[in-house]
Ligand binder design. Structure first.
Ligand code: AMP
Ligand code: GLY
Length: 424
């Protein structure tokens, strides 16, 4: 099978690496890819949102399958377009991808099918949204843009002033464009967060091993929300009992709900969960692999990844069984100074050679370019330094040892990934 992976981040690097391991995979392409991915796949300079360009690339390379990894092209109907052109895709079509691309859709779905989530109201009028929050008088108040907002569309307002500012920036200043035309105002939940990704072909659903993201920029969960500053897998809070509850009350009902709605979901379904005192509840759905969750999950997969991907596309996932390695994984993101705000690009990255020798360590490239064998920064999240070990402690020690030897001007990383749980 010749495969094209769409995307350019650390997640896509992890996907490409895992596909590379499969004897079933022939040529591997990535569009647009990045400096690091170019070591593992042929990178093609087509923008991830360019449907015509992507279809032309599929034809030119005569690929057998396309793996659409990021949310934007999924939300924009890339799968529908390429499949209409004769190229089978791993990933949901536009109607199914709405489970991520519209919070209003996903909240209404959960309400209709009794899937546990935070209570909520939807508003398209800023004055009404604010009046509702004021009349409730409960803080923190959670305000979410309806549409995609590069992981930054959720505002947790601690008081009335912050709520008013949030409504203004989302609905009036439209900092995320039309994504903020409607907002969801929801109940604030508490408890540990867990990410569970699942393969589904809309007939069966196989959860992957659990993980924990660290969304805030700085140690101690301080600072602004980011796309994710590091991950561990498994998530220590996700016991077998919790997993069973989630399967029965959330995962299977969600797959069924999408079928009932005439939007069968095929691909990877991402469940962002909170383990509240009242049981597990859904914080968000994503229609794709998480970043940087993928970097700690796929290295643990023992079953042939390409075989799973093909089985999902052909709706025969039930024929397979998934096997996972026991060894925990940890990923630490090395980011550009200023991220998730503005940052500089083009800084030379040093120390990438040594890490390669360290056992169990893999460096996934998220935002890099390569010129004449030298790597330069080209994004906010630059590298995902990942290690697998016999224990979470081992994995974290190896990942952090590698992090210390790699650097570039202005780089920063969180020093407390997985820390609360590593040392009991
Ligand atoms: P999201 O982009 O929907 O994953 O939200 C970003 C982060 O905001 C989540 O990881 C949670 O930490 C937090 N969050 C979102 N919704 C709620 C909620 N209803 N209650 C408490 N925290 C929330
Ligand atoms: N790491 C969170 C996400 O991929 O949405």
């Amino acid at each position: 099978m010749d495969i094209l992976v769409i995307g350019s981040g650390g997640r896509e690097h992890a996907i490409v690496r895992k596909l590379r391991e499969s004897p079933r995979v022939g040529r591997l392409y990535c569009a647009p890819g990045n400096g690091g991915i170019a070591q593992d796949a042929e990178c093609c300079p087509v923008n991830a949102m360019d449907k015509e360009g992507m279809l032309a690339l599929c034809k030119e390379k005569a690929v057998d399958l396309v793996f659409v990894a990021p949310d934007d092209p999924l939300g924009a109907g890339m799968v529908d377009y390429l499949e209409a052109g004769g190229f089978p895709c791993f990933g949901p079509n536009q109607k199914a991808a709405q489970i991520e691309s519209s919070k209003v859709f996903s909240k209404n779905l959960m309400k209709k099918y009794g899937i546990p989530t935070a209570g909520y109201e939807v508003f398209d009028d800023p004055a009404k949204a604010l009046a509702h929050i004021q009349s409730q008088g409960k803080y923190p108040a959670v305000i979410k843009a309806d549409g995609l907002a590069v992981g930054k569309g959720v505002i947790i307002a601690q008081n009335q002033e912050e709520a008013a500012a949030a409504i203004r920036s989302l609905m009036e200043d439209k900092i995320f464009g039309d994504s903020g035309s409607r907002v969801v105002v929801e109940e604030f939940l508490t408890g540990p967060e867990v990410t569970v990704l699942a393969f589904t072909d809309s007939k069966v659903l196989y959860p992957m091993v659990s993980s924990m993201d660290h969304k805030r920029a700085f140690d101690g969960d301080q600072g602004p929300n980011t796309g994710g500053m590091g991950t561990i897998s498994p998530n220590p809070f996700y016991t077998e009992e919790v997993a069973k509850t989630c399967m029965e009350t959330i995962f299977l009902p969600t797959m069924e709900a999408m079928n009932q709605e005439g939007r069968p979901f095929k691909g990877c379904l991402y469940f962002g969960l909170m383990l509240t005192p009242d049981g597990p509840k859904v914080i968000e759905f994503n229609s794709r692999f998480g970043d940087p969750e993928t970097q700690v999950i796929l290295p643990r997969l023992k079953t042939d990844f390409a075989e799973i991907v093909e089985a999902v596309v052909q709706e025969r996932l039930s024929q397979l069984e998934l096997c996972w390695s026991e060894g925990p994984c940890a990923c630490v993101i090395l980011a550009s100074g200023g991220y998730p705000g503005s940052y500089e690009k083009g800084k030379e990255i040093t120390g990438l050679d040594q890490h390669g020798q360290a056992p169990g360590v893999t460096v996934f490239h998220a935002g890099t370019t390569c010129e004449n064998g030298t790597f330069y920064t080209n994004g906010g999240r630059v590298l995902g330094i990942t290690a697998q070990g016999a224990s979470l402690d081992n994995a974290l020690d190896s990942a952090y040892a590698a992090v210390k030897s790699i650097g570039f001007e202005g780089s920063f990383y969180r020093r407390d990934i997985g820390k609360t749980f590593a040392k009991e």
